[in-house]
Write a protein that binds this ligand. Structure first.
Ligand code: ATP
Ligand code: MG
Length: 425
C-alpha cells in the first residue's frame, strides 16, 4: 500500500509545546493577574467579524487591511474576516452590545489573531495578543493607567530592563491637519525617491510614510518635520498631562517624535515598547488613543485608548527556565503499583501535581520523571521492605517546596498528612 503523505503544518502557524508553552502560558497568567490589579474586566469576542468592521475602523490604506487580512466569503455569501487585532471587534461590541452604559469601561482580552505576513522569527500568520482597552474616557489619566499597566506587566515578567517605552503625541484634529500639510509639502519635494507604497500613502495618509520600514523611505522620513511645531495648546496640555502622570507613576519613557501608529484612528498618545533583542521584530507592545474609531463604526463620538502586545514576542524575552511543580510516584516493584496509584490519587486530591508512569522498573521510571521535570519522587516500597513504606527523594531544589527525609520533623504538612493516614486505606 502506498504510504500516505502527512499534511504539513500551515505556513506561519505554530505548535507550541514544552518549555515554549510554559513561557507562553506564563505571559498569559501574568497578564491576567496584573489586569485584575488594575480592575480591567475580561471579555471574549468573536474570532471573526464582518469584513467591514476591520476595513472601516482600521482603514483601507493600512498594511493590515490592504495586504494582511484573512478574508473569505462564508457559505451564505457574507464577507468575513479572521480578526487581525482586537480593538475593532471590541469597538463593534461596545456599540452593538450596549456596553456604552458601563463607560468608562476598562477591558482586557487575549487570544489568536491572524495576519497574512511573511513568516519569520517573531512574525507568524496566526499569533497571539494580549490586549487592554479603556473606552469612554477622554482623560489623559486613562492613557497613564494603560501605560502603567503595561509597564508593571513587563516588570513582573522580568523583562522591563531590556525594553524601552517610546512615546509620542499625534495631537488633536487641528494639530494633525497642520502637521499633515507640512508633511505633504516635505514629501512632495522627494516624490521621486519614495517607495511605491509611500507614494500611495502620500495621497491618502502621508503620516504613514514616517512608519515605513522601506530603506528607500527612511532618510526622507527621518528628515520630515516633527509634530511639536504644530501642536495646539490643548494637544500640548494633553501630552504634558500624560508625561507628568507617567513620571509620577515612575514609568520610564523616551520621546520618539517619528513614531506614528499604522492605523488611521489614532489621536494624541501613541506608543511602542521596543527591544533590540528580537531583531527586526523589536516592537513587543504597542498602542495609543483612538478617539475617532467608534465614529468610523457609526457610533457617537467616543474616546478610546488601548494597547496590544504579542504573546510570542514577550515569551521569547523571558529569561528564566519555567517549570511546573510536579512530584513523581514510583513503585519499587510491580507488587506495590496499586498502593502507588492510591498515593498518587491522594496527592492530587490535596492539590499536589503528581505523576505516575505507566510502565518500567524503578530506575526507568526515575529517569523518565527527571526528564519530565519532576522536582522529586516518592518511592513506594513493597510490603516486606523493613525500611518503611515510603522514601522521598528531592531531584532539584525548589524555593517553594522542599522534600524532607522521612524522619525530619520539619516535614511539610502535605507530606506529614501523607504518612499519618495510610493512602491505601
Ligand atoms: P510590526 O511592526 O512588528 O509588524 P505591528 O505594528 O503590525 O507590528 P500591532 O498591530 O501594533 O503590530 O500589534 C501589536 C503587537 O502584536 C506587536 O507589537 C507585536 O508584538 C505583535 N505582532 C504584530 N504582528 C505580529 C506577527 N505577525 N507575529 C507575531 N507577533 C506580532
Ligand atoms: Mg505589522
Amino acid at each position: 500500500m502506498a504510504r500516505i503523505q502527512t499534511p504539513n503544518r500551515v505556513r506561519g502557524t505554530q505548535d507550541i509545546f514544552g518549555s515554549e508553552q510554559r513561557r507562553f502560558a506564563h505571559v498569559l497568567d501574568t497578564f491576567d493577574r496584573v489586569r485584575k490589579l488594575y480592575c480591567f474586566g475580561r471579555v471574549e469576542i468573536p474570532m471573526f467579524e464582518a469584513t467591514e468592521v476591520f476595513a472601516r475602523s482600521i482603514g483601507e490604506t493600512t498594511d493590515v487591511v490592504s495586504k494582511e487580512m484573512y478574508t473569505f466569503p462564508d457559505r451564505g455569501g457574507d464577507s468575513l474576516t479572521l480578526r487581525p487585532e482586537f480593538t475593532a471587534g471590541i469597538a463593534r461590541a461596545y456599540l452593538t452590545e450596549g456596553w456604552q452604559q458601563f463607560a468608562p469601561l476598562k477591558i482586557a482580552t487575549s487570544g489568536a489573531v491572524f495576519r497574512y505576513e511573511r513568516p519569520q522569527k517573531g512574525r507568524y500568520r496566526q499569533f497571539h495578543q494580549i490586549d487592554a482597552e479603556i473606552l469612554g474616557a477622554p482623560e489623559p489619566a486613562a492613557d497613564v493607567e494603560l501605560l502603567t499597566l503595561a509597564d508593571q506587566l513587563l516588570h513582573e515578567l522580568g523583562i522591563a530592563d531590556g525594553v524601552t517605552l517610546q512615546l509620542n503625541t499625534l495631537g488633536d484634529a487641528a494639530t494633525r491637519d497642520a502637521w499633515r500639510d507640512a508633511l505633504v509639502a516635505h514629501f512632495e519635494q522627494h516624490r521621486g525617491e519614495l517607495s511605491e507604497d509611500s507614494l500611495k500613502r502620500l495621497d491618502k495618509n502621508p503620516m504613514r510614510i514616517l512608519d515605513s520600514k522601506d530603506p528607500k523611505d527612511r532618510p526622507i522620513a527621518d528628515a520630515a518635520p516633527g509634530i511639536d511645531d504644530y501642536l495646539t495648546t490643548e494637544a500640548r496640555a494633553f501630552f504634558e498631562a500624560v508625561t507628568s502622570g507617567l513620571d509620577a507613576a515612575g514609568v520610564k519613557w523616551t520621546r520618539n517624535d517619528r513614531l506614528v501608529r499604522g492605523l488611521d484612528y489614532y489621536r494624541h498618545t501613541a506608543f511602542e515598547f521596543v527591544t533590540d533583542r528580537l531583531g527586526a521584530q523589536g516592537t513587543v507592545l504597542a498602542g495609543g488613543r483612538y478617539d475617532g474609531l467608534i465614529e468610523s463604526l457609526g457610533g457617537q463620538p467616543t474616546a478610546g485608548v488601548g494597547w496590544a502586545a504579542g504573546v510570542e514576542r514577550l515569551a521569547m524575552l523571558l529569561e528564566a527556565e519555567l517549570a511546573d511543580f510536579m512530584v513523581a510516584v514510583i513503585p519499587d516493584d510491580p507488587s506495590c503499583m496499586l498502593k502507588a496509584q492510591a498515593l498518587t490519587n491522594h496527592l492530587r486530591k490535596q492539590n499536589i501535581a503528581a505523576n505516575i508512569g505507566f510502565r518500567g522498573n524503578a530506575k526507568k521510571r526515575t529517569d523518565a520523571a527527571r526528564k519530565m521535570g519532576a522536582q522529586g519522587a516518592i518511592f513506594v516500597r513493597s510490603e516486606n521492605d523493613t525500611r518503611g513504606e515510603f522514601y522521598l527523594s528531592q531531584f532539584k531544589p525548589d524555593p517553594g517546596l522542599k522534600f524532607y527525609s522521612m524522619i525530619d520533623d520539619a516535614m511539610p504538612s502535605w507530606a506529614t498528612g501523607l504518612f499519618n493516614q495510610s493512602p491505601s486505606a
